[in-house]
Design a protein around this ligand. Structure first.
Ligand code: SF4
Length: 337
């Protein structure tokens, strides 16, 4: 097959895959543009010996170039295991790309857009954490700091262990202390507190995407769609979690939806996950809360192509910060194994 015929096959395949998301957003012209970029990115991946890791909240077209798509914990594990490739292109936000660099320092880690930050990670600085830790140590000498992976590397470096939404309870239960400073998500801290008898002292941060979801929205959908299952992310407020049939990390939501006998689900998290579900589980119906993360959506196919073409936006870390963050991440993987 010649190159033009190959491309038209890819356009047709792409259109079929994106069809469940609606023809308006993915018309023929858009799919032609995307298919040609997907092809170029795949060529560059071979040339540069690169892999693309993508978070579940990414744009649907990004899933087309991803070698692996998952939640924070799965991506951290994958990043650590990358051996054959020399370059990791991280389609996610800055703290996730930093985590990949911490766990696999030999690889070049690229983030297609350096402005892709996170409001939650921004809610705690290393200086503020050091100060609070000292205050609390005076009250609770056995204090341990557990930081959510949605933090910068220098905050991780000051923590005893990291955690993700899927292993937070396990890490807190396994760590050798009864008093935990949990940083930075208050909602996740509340959720963990509901599952443990240990004392959880929470930081006052939140993810603006999840925190804006309110119980009225959930109740409205539940009332209008009989039999719908509500799956909520633990970064949501306590009053929202109370209305959920299951509280799950993003990847656990995918397994739950695939394996459940239910046919209709309300996915209470960032909208990218619903897009992934619509594409991967076409025989079930998914309703979304329509909340987009502006930072996740800064990553585009154009940016990914540009990053690979010019080897642009490399993540670098100070050696001592990297060592500290690596220790806290390793402790998480050990405690949650
Ligand atoms: S969804 Fe929330 S926690 Fe995740 S990157 Fe966006 S702002 Fe940060």
């Amino acid at each position: 097959m010649n190159a033009a015929a190959n491309l038209s096959t890819s356009v047709a395949e792409l259109r079929a895959k994106l069809a469940p998301l609606g023809q308006d957003a993915y018309d023929l012209e858009t799919c032609e543009r995307y298919a040609s970029m997907v092809e170029e990115i795949n060529d560059l991946k071979r040339k540069r010996r690169a892999v693309v890791l993508a978070h579940n909240y990414q744009r649907p077209e990004i899933f087309e170039v991803a070698d692996f798509t998952g939640d924070s914990l799965e991506l951290a594990r994958r990043a650590r295991e990358v051996e054959d490739a020399e370059v990791i292109v991280f389609c996610g936000v800055h703290f996730m790309a930093e985590t990949a660099k911490v766990l696999n320092p030999e690889r070049t880690v690229l983030l297609p857009d350096m402005k892709a930050g996170c409001s939650l990670a921004d809610s705690v600085t290393a200086e503020a954490l050091a100060e609070r830790k000292e205050e609390l140590k005076a009250l609770y000498p056995d204090l341990r700091v557990v930081s959510y992976v949605n933090t910068t590397a220098d905050v991780k470096a000051l923590s005893d262990a990291c955690c993700t939404s899927s292993n937070a309870v396990k890490v807190v239960e396994a760590i050798d202390s009864e008093n935990i400073l949990f940083v930075p998500d208050r909602n996740l801290a509340n959720y963990v507190q509901s599952k443990t008898r240990k004392r959880i002292i929470s930081w006052d941060g939140n993810c603006y995407v999840h925190h804006q979801i309110n119980p009225e929205e959930i109740a409205r959908v539940r009332d209008s769609i009989p039999g719908i299952q509500v799956l909520a992310h633990p970064e949501c407020r306590r009053d929202v979690l109370k209305l959920a049939d299951a509280v799950l990390s993003t990847s656990a939501m995918i397994s739950y939806a695939k394996n459940s006998a239910a046919e209709k689900f309300l996915i209470v998290t960032e909208c990218g996950l619903s897009d992934r579900l619509l594409m991967e589980v076409p025989d079930k119906r998914f309703f979304k809360t329509c909340k987009l993360c502006q930072y996740m959506k800064m990553i585009t196919l154009e940016g990914t192509l540009d990053s690979l073409r010019h080897m642009r936006h490399e993540i670098t870390l100070d050696e001592s910060v990297r060592d500290g963050a690596r220790r806290a991440l390793a402790r998480m993987l050990e405690l949650s194994a």
